[in-house]
Design a protein around this ligand. Structure first.
Ligand code: SF4
Length: 383
């Protein structure tokens, strides 16, 4: 299984916390579409033996694409790649772009999964983050998407927003549950370097992010969603059975993907690639039939560390058998020795899953899993 990710690097306005690659000036949109189309074609040989099961439009804000533009890119994908009969095709969408006409057109298109950037159902949170939509649009677009017939809907919610009480956070979760949405991605608000949020906090115009409050929000989220039959299948992702994101699951399980567009990343099992994060340079390179792509060969140590990092974030955990098979017995010994103290503290556990020994985080360890993973990393391993 493999996937194609298409990065559409434009947004209407900049959210204060965002450090993704995007531009708010849309005048290069047409040139960008032609460059994306060119890259889709130029890279087809990388997947000549692959069958593509997922196509994901991310960004930026790909819901700014018109239906014709979306079709223009999808046609090029279908023209050049081997696609399964019923692929998962996701479009990241912002509520303010989802008019009822657009939703109905999307429902008639090959897009079969919407990932909607709600972030909060409350006006004060949306304003603080400088989101382009308002609270009314957040609720309206979900209802209209469901009325149109979309079942596979995911929404993004942000917790740990300064000024957001635990009560307001719980109301956000309850509003989500009332819509009976089958998938939720939820992230703590983080203050990335050089973002507007960082500057506003420095100037005292927004209160600093409170890690303790964010932890409380996370625990409320995990508890309430579990009571409502969601599976917490990745640190930030919760799904009803049958509605896990196939695209993201493939990333976490180490499947191959091609990332199209400026700043998009690619992975083939042994190499990681990333495109230049600059729209004019990206467009210029493609107009010269060049791929603005840098590639790094992953060492065994890199692959081991990556497996531990992603494994501990998911319900599938880290298979000790796979560690022996791919990285050797010494790596397993290192892993279990380093894991010992976390097992004693109840943050990690060893379970048997389908006759395989698996190391995974406990409910208590989930919030800390990135820190725990880095303690299990290998510092040296033969290339
Ligand atoms: S819409 Fe998404 S990509 Fe664009 S600025 Fe906001 S968070 Fe970033």
């Amino acid at each position: 299984m493999s996937g194609i990710y298409i990065h559409f690097p434009f947004c209407k306005q900049a959210c204060h916390y965002c450090d993704f690659h995007f531009s708010t000036s849309l005048h290069k949109k047409e040139a960008m579409l032609n460059a994306l189309k060119k890259e889709i074609k130029l890279r087809k040989s990388e997947f000549k033996d692959e069958v593509v099961e997922t196509i994901y439009f991310g960004g930026g804000t790909p819901s700014l694409l018109s239906m014709d533009e979306l079709r223009f890119l999808l046609d090029e994908v279908y023209e050049n790649y081997n696609i399964v009969p019923s692929p998962e095709i996701t479009l990241e969408a912002n509520p303010d772009d989802l008019s009822s006409i657009k939703i109905n057109d999307l429902y008639k298109s090959p897009v079969n999964r919407l990932s909607i950037g709600i972030q909060s159902f409350f006006e004060e949170d949306l304003k603080l983050m400088n989101r382009a939509h308002n609270a009314e649009e957040a609720s309206r677009c979900i209802k209209e998407a469901q009325d149109a017939g979309f079942e596979n809907i995911s929404i993004d919610l942000i917790y740990g927003i300064p000024g957001m009480s635990n009560e307001r956070w719980i109301q956000n979760i309850e509003k989500t549950l009332a819509f009976q949405i089958p998938h939720i991605s939820s992230y703590a608000l983080t203050v990335e370097p050089r973002t507007a949020l960082e500057k506003l906090i420095e100037k005292g115009r927004i209160a600093p992010v409170d890690d303790e409050l964010a932890h409380q929000h996370f625990l409320s989220l995990v508890t309430i969603l579990k009571e409502n039959n969601f599976v917490h299948y990745e640190l930030s992702n919760f799904g009803k059975p049958g509605f896990f994101s196939k695209n993201n699951t493939a990333y976490w399980l180490g499947k191959k993907y091609i990332g199209i567009g400026p700043s998009a990343h690619s992975y083939d099992g042994n190499h990681r690639g990333w495109n230049i994060a600059n729209n004019p340079k990206y467009i210029k390179a493609l107009s010269n039939n060049e791929l603005p792509l840098e590639i790094e060969t992953l060492s065994k140590k890199d692959r081991y560390n990556e497996y531990i990092m992603t494994g501990l974030r998911t319900i599938w955990g880290v298979s000790t058998e796979r560690v022996v098979c791919d990285f050797g017995m010494l790596s397993k010994q290192h892993l279990l020795k380093q894991a010992e103290k976390y097992i004693k503290e109840g943050l990690l556990e060893i379970v048997t899953d389908k006759a395989t020994e698996v190391l995974r985080t406990t409910r208590k360890g989930k919030f800390l899993c990135d820190g725990i993973a880095s303690d299990l990393f290998l510092l040296n391993l033969e290339k």
